[in-house]
Design a protein around this ligand. Structure first.
Ligand SMILES: Cc1cc2nc3c(=O)[nH]c(=O)nc-3n(C[C@H](O)[C@H](O)[C@H](O)COP(=O)(O)OP(=O)(O)OC[C@H]3O[C@@H](n4cnc5c(N)ncnc54)[C@H](O)[C@@H]3O)c2cc1C
Length: 420
């Protein structure tokens, strides 16, 4: 790798791309910096889209603040279509070619489209990923649809359901699994959030799927569930997960697939033969990296905090010269969500948890901190309306503390270890 890069190209002009650009300038990079984005907008923030924007509390213009001295060229509204790692060039949709000394791939994810394309095209059927989606859906919600049907038992589905209830809209939330949010929070906390959603008026249906949609002209009119029930609705939001934006890398030789773009501990993108693609890095939702907090198991997360932290690791490593001066990406995944008046925070990853303990508060109070264990080790902690103690658990997870991380909590007589 050239010791001093002169041209840095970032593909994906969003949170990770902008965070990397800021860090590069902060660290004294004085060369040319180009950010390529397929959306027509300057980098903006997504978390407010499902929260404040849909509620009508702010406009969909959630543009992220930019450093006044960023000196970056934004090529917006055109996608990168091809990468040639040997020639070190990125080709854009308009046919232009951008040479680079260092390249950051930060192309994130997109909403998984509703699988039946004729149904997806009906007026009244929405997905939510970008600010234009939020503007359109927000306008529809403000116009008071008869009933909103939400499909998907993840955070976006629950946040949109919560917003709809704040707007006093009737909501049916269809979840395929037996417990909502279980993949991230485990069944007990997921179940608790589901209970709160029901109390707030959400018609929550578990183990339920849509068989088909019905239209009147080109507008959605009703859905029929797999059990035959028909629900009239003129507004449906499909919150059924995401797809990683890696197709433009086809033919580049990079190891990229539906699970993400594979990189090494320093966030350098890897080729299919396992070698490093010279000068190419990845960060944010698109990246898949060895997680030092889980014995280097490959992980890809869709978390705001990781996108920023990983972008900063990449910027530092782009300027480091060679691998001996690079630092590994050791961010501990963390996430937050706000819904139904609850603030939920998570540190670490609960995947594979085999033990659970309430450390502070209680499930009944709905104000608590819980810890998750696996193979006798503390791997994650979550809080509901009680984040004060989370930093201590973050430290315990980083230190690979035994589970439970403390024997006696401050407000529990005895920590009781249970199934998650
Ligand atoms: C509605 C919503 C609410 C969220 N709420 C939370 C929350 O409460 N807490 C939390 O931790 N996280 C939340 N997230 C997740 C968080 O926003 C993401 O983790 C973060 O945006 C990831 O940033 P990124 O830069 O990696 O990717 P993205 O933000 O996905 O940006 C990637 C950019 O690259 C562009 N792109 C893709 N392909 C190309 C191409 N070929 N050429 C050029 N450009 C391309 C995309 O269009 C996009 O603009 C939320 C996400 C959404 C959608």
């Amino acid at each position: 790798m050239t010791a001093r890069p002169e041209r840095i190209v970032v593909v994906g002009a969003s949170l990770a791309g902008l965070a990397a650009a800021h860090r590069l300038r902060e660290r004294g990079f004085a060369g040319s910096l180009t950010l390529v984005g397929d959306e027509p907008h300057l980098p903006y923030d997504r978390p407010p889209l499902s929260k404040q924007v849909l509620r009508g509390l702010c406009t969909a213009d959630t543009t992220l603040p930019r450093h006044p001295d960023l000196r970056a060229e934004f090529r917006l509204g055109r996608p990168a279509t091809r990468l040639d790692p040997a020639a070190r060039t990125v080709e854009l949709g308009d046919g232009s070619r951008l040479p680079y000394d260092r390249l950051l791939i930060a192309t994130g994810t997109r909403a998984r489209p509703w699988p039946a394309s004729e149904e997806a095209a009906l007026a009244g059927v929405f997905t939510l990923r970008g600010r234009d989606d939020a503007r359109r859906l927000g306008a529809r919600l403000q116009a008071k649809p008869r009933r909103v049907v939400l499909v998907g038992g993840g955070f976006i589905g629950f946040e949109v359901a919560s917003t709809c209830r704040d707007l006093r809209l009737p909501v049916t939330l269809l979840v395929r699994d037996a417990v909502p949010l279980a993949a991230a929070l485990g069944p007990r906390l997921g179940g608790l959030v589901g209970e709160v959603a029901r109390e707030k008026g959400v018609d929550l249906r578990l183990k339920t799927e849509i068989e088909r949609m019905e239209a009147e002209g080109d507008r959605l009119a009703a859905v029929t569930l797999k059990d035959g029930e028909r629900i009239e609705t003129d507004c449906l939001v499909a919150a059924i997960g995401t797809l990683r934006n890696v197709e433009w890398l086809d033919g580049s030789g990079l190891e990229a697939d539906a699970k993400g773009l594979r990189c090494d501990a320093f966030c350098r993108a890897l080729l299919r033969d396992g070698s490093v693609a010279a000068g190419v890095f990845a960060a944010g939702d698109v990246a898949r990296w060895p997680n030092p907090h889980d014995d280097d198991a490959l992980v890809a997360v869709e978390h705001w905090g990781n996108a920023r932290a990983q972008a900063e690791t990449v910027a530092d490593n782009m300027l480091a010269g060679d691998a001996s001066a690079m630092r590994r990406h050791d961010h501990l995944p963390d996430f937050w969500s706000q819904q139904f008046g609850l603030t939920i925070k998570l540190v670490g990853l609960t995947e594979g948890a085999d033990a659970f303990a309430v450390m502070h508060g209680s499930l009944e109070e709905r104000r608590l901190v819980v810890a998750f264990g696996r193979d006798g080790r503390t791997i994650a902690a979550a809080s509901i309306d009680s984040a004060r103690w989370l930093p201590a658990y973050k430290a315990a997870i980083r230190e690979r503390a035994p589970f439970p991380p403390i024997g006696d909590a401050l407000d529990q007589t005895r920590i009781r270890v249970q199934d998650p």
